[in-house]
Ligand binder design. Structure first.
Ligand code: ADP
Length: 424
């Protein structure tokens, strides 16, 4: 439209200048005074300005045409948006996993069929408050916290305990913000089968360990009896000494292994832990003194200096974790080594640091040390007894407390474990 307007203005200017030249030529041919010229040019300029204004304004039909064009474009855009929306909704509806999109105020603006079925929400009307659709306070609380922190939040093995759900179903939950933290997408993934397999595995390990531990303890007792009787025999040491040593060592290793397996499954399967404020200074001092007795020749110094003494933890589990870590520190530190234990509080977290001057862990193996049965470099581990389960137990204990564990180490320089627990 602008193009037409410029053309019109251009042609009107040509016509105007031609007319002005003709008028000037006819009327002022013989009678040209400065005043007359001035008058004529003033009138001409005013008239020209009016002409330009007149031609510059769009005509009614032009306005109508523009509006219609804009209307068509808008409708087209709306249709495209609706189509896009429908495509996403169809896509989400076709998912077997329950999905919903909700606002920061926990109002569901869309929930796919699987989500509606999970909560037997027959109405399809959205927006609807989350609590009205799900009727589950735990779920509401989890989403409230996730939305508040604005970060991707996940939870494993979440169970809704729905009355309508007689077979308990477990879900992995994931919530993250979409559209610049205005809306949030909540994904649920059914992991009931995985949970059941884990349960069977845990039950098997637990039952198996129990079943094997008893005969092993009996065998060990019988072996000690036999040794007590044979020890009076002449040349006992040269005849039986080596055999008894091997039997003793191996049965102790087996008993330790089954004890650790039982400990690990007991931590893994523990549903509730009993958190209470505990003064860890006494526990640490006692544990360090007690464990050092097992390494009498090493002469390792242990220094305990705690800025934060009260930790909100489960007494027995925490003691088990410390026992494993301090025992490792003593086990993997050479004679005249040094262990320092410190703590501090920061931003709602209590941190405990156990640092040793031991043999350290090679960097390329550091990421594997919390794996079950993993022992750094079999050749170096062969001279120290261990099951490779100690750090797995520690990791699970820390996780049960919603805490974090970090390890830093340098070969031949030492290792530092940092355990962090929420203080509230
Ligand atoms: P283990 O019963 O073998 O000690 P852990 O699970 O406690 O099993 O530890 C796994 C491996 O990590 C150990 O075999 C050892 O090689 C290494 N490790 C653990 N703690 C330390 C430490 N403080 N210093 C050096 N190496 C360590």
């Amino acid at each position: 439209m602008n193009e037409f307007r410029y053309k019109r203005i251009f042609f009107s200017q040509i016509i105007f200048l031609t007319l002005l030249s003709i008028v000037t030529f006819i009327f002022f041919k013989n009678n040209a005074s400065v005043f007359n010229y001035f008058l004529l040019w003033t009138v001409a300029i005013i008239l020209n300005l009016y002409t330009i204004k007149f031609f510059a304004l769009p005509s009614v039909s032009e306005i109508e045409e523009t509006i219609t064009k804009k209307d068509v474009a808008l409708n087209q855009q709306k249709k495209e948006y609706e189509l896009e929306n429908l495509k996403y909704k169809r896509l989400l509806d076709s998912l077997q996993d329950p999905v919903c999109i909700l606002t920061r105020n926990l109002i569901i603006i869309y929930a796919n069929e699987a989500f509606r079925n999970l909560f037997s929400y027959t109405e399809k009307k959205f927006p609807a408050p989350l609590i009205r659709v799900t009727r589950n306070l735990d779920f509401q609380k989890f989403l409230e916290e996730a939305v508040e922190t604005n970060q991707t939040a996940t939870k494993s093995y979440f169970s809704f305990n729905q009355l309508q759900d007689p077979h308990k179903t477990y879900f992995d939950l994931k919530v993250f913000s979409v559209e610049n933290e205005i809306n949030f997408l909540c994904l649920l993934h059914d992991v009931t089968e995985r949970k059941m397999t884990d349960q069977v595995r845990e039950d098997f390990v637990s039952n198996f360990s129990h079943e094997v531990r008893t005969p092993l303890t009996i065998l060990n007792g019988q072996m000690q009896n036999l040794k007590a009787q044979l020890i009076k025999e002449p040349n006992f040491e040269s005849r039986f000494g080596d055999t008894f040593l091997k039997i003793e060592n191996n049965s102790r290793r087996l008993i330790n292994l089954f004890n650790d397996l039982l400990r690990l499954t007991s931590v893994e399967t523990k549903k509730d832990i009993n958190k209470e404020p505990i003064n860890i200074e006494e526990m640490l001092t006692f544990l360090a003194q007690d464990l050092m007795i097992n390494y009498p020749k090493k002469k390792i110094t242990v220094n305990i200096d705690l800025a934060q003494k009260i930790f909100l933890v489960d007494y027995n589990l925490f003691e088990q974790a410390l026992l494993n870590l301090i025992d490792n520190a003593l086990k993997y530190t050479r004679e005249n080594g040094h262990i320092s234990i410190s703590s501090f509080h920061q931003d709602d977290w209590d941190h405990l640091i156990i640092k040793d001057s031991g043999m350290g862990i090679p960097e390329d193996q550091l990421h594997r040390i919390f794996e079950r049965f993993f022992r750094v470099d079999a050749s170096r581990s062969s001279d120290t007894e261990g099951t490779g389960l100690g750090l797995s137990i520690v990791k699970h204990i820390v996780q049960k407390h919603d805490g974090r564990i970090k390890v830093q180490s340098k070969s031949k320089e030492g290792t530092t474990f940092t355990l962090s627990f929420p203080s509230k």
